[in-house]
Design a protein around this ligand. Sequence first.
Ligand code: ADP
Ligand code: ADP
Length: 226
Amino acid sequence: MVAISLKNIDKIYDKKVTAVSDFNLEIEDKEFIVFVGPSGCGKSTTLRMIAGLEDISRGEFIMDGHLMNDVAPKNRHIAMVFQNYALYPHLSVYDNMAFGLKLRKMNKKEIKERIDKAAHILGLTDYLQRKPRELSGGQRQRVALGRAIVREAKLFLMDEPLSNLDAKLRVQMRTEISKLHQELNTTMIYVTHDQTEAMTMATRIVIMKDGVIQQVGTPKDVYENP
Ligand code: ADP
Ligand code: ADP
């Protein structure tokens, strides 16, 4: 079954900058899709349209048979992890993870259960009362992942989630995110300019250039037919 369909999507900023042009992609359930390409090629813009953080100028985004173009971000079953983590500095780890669930009026017992589960998966159980500034870079990254995990969303979006980490931690988190994808048994779309990340993590790679898809394939396809 096709979970997600992106059909003839364009994004034009301010009626003049074409950031994405005729983007077409069908994503199956449980895939790990990586958008890769140089800075400015339209990766983030595409991800933000899927999240509902940018309007789609033309085309259709369909998820599980529903046209999503005009659905508010908070009503999409989508969770997003940002490059800068976007944690609330004045809130504890626990409250950072709880924030999006409270916004959706979930009851406290269920919030606590979900956070305990996510914290366990991410090794954050002993850090729930800390503030983001009292954590290492890798721990902050895990909190950002935790905040997405507790949503139990159908689709995870990640925009350069590792680019603020040092090289060693980046390799470690790459493996952790791949494992997370398997454990959560969910669909992920991951944006990076790093080809090694794309090759090691993706089930399918989407190579973009100047707002246009250049190639779509498994890491093996891309490696053999660059
Ligand atoms: P990438 O994520 O691949 O680095 P982006 O999607 O951020 O690329 O950007 C694609 C193009 O759209 C670039 O030319 C960028 O300058 C432009 N762009 C991105 N965001 C905006 C915006 N808010 N307003 C106008 N132009 C933008
Ligand atoms: P509010 O301020 O809306 O009452 P809180 O964020 O203070 O909500 O807490 C929500 C619930 O989660 C409370 O029952 C609280 O005891 C529990 N809780 C908060 N932090 C933790 C934590 N680190 N570990 C376990 N339970 C927590």
